[in-house]
Design a binder for this molecule. Sequence first.
Ligand code: 13P
Length: 253
Amino acid sequence: MNGLARSEQSAVRRIIIAGNWKMYKTQAEALEFLQAFLPQLSETPESRKVVLCAPFTTLSSLSKTLHGSRVRVGAQNIHWAKEGAFTGEISGAMLTEIGVRYVVVGHSERRQYFGETDETVNQRLLAAQSFGLLPILCVGESKQQRDAGETEAVISRQLERGLVGADQTNLVIAYEPIWAIGTGDTCAAEEANRVIGLIRSQLKDTDVPIQYGGSVKPENIDEIMAQPEIDGALVGGASLEAESFARIVNYQS
Ligand code: 13P
């Protein structure tokens, strides 16, 4: 850490607003979303990157439709091997071939329901980087861990193990407190700012874009983005409707 608070640094903030559609939207629904969403980006400042992390089956047509637009396509998972007998998994080459640029790794739903560990998350992250994809590494504590005063320790461990061997200049981090995901119970903007500041202090490259995720909505995005440490948002439920995601992308600064 260079000792200066983020607000005193001259570094240019790289803003990335990403939707995480999780297991929502067929191909037809994804294209219908774009028809309503794209026209609402005409006033969006160029400096804001917009990403849609969509189900595998929609990625190819999203990527074709978005060719030449400012919206980038992201996947929600990647396997670490180049290819092999890994039923149900997707490789980096399969993603880059169809124009995918970002990939979410270590989302708490994958850690919780699909047995992801810091070690497998790290392998997926390294694979993403080796294929030239930008990984969005998700970290965050549970309610129980927060109540036990373990937030800092949990996040610190997830970062340390998740980032072994990583290129920190080719990375996005999302702070997603598990208790705030899909609950409507957003983390207070100042608290998200504080934790994200701690995350930043643990990184070699303090310019890594760090997003907040967890019940981000049109009603709270302006306050979230007013925080100096927060470089964007990873949005679940509120990214499914074109109107609502457009309002988030077009937050007032
Ligand atoms: P919600 O915005 O629905 O709370 O989901 C957040 C999330 O998990 C994004 O990855």
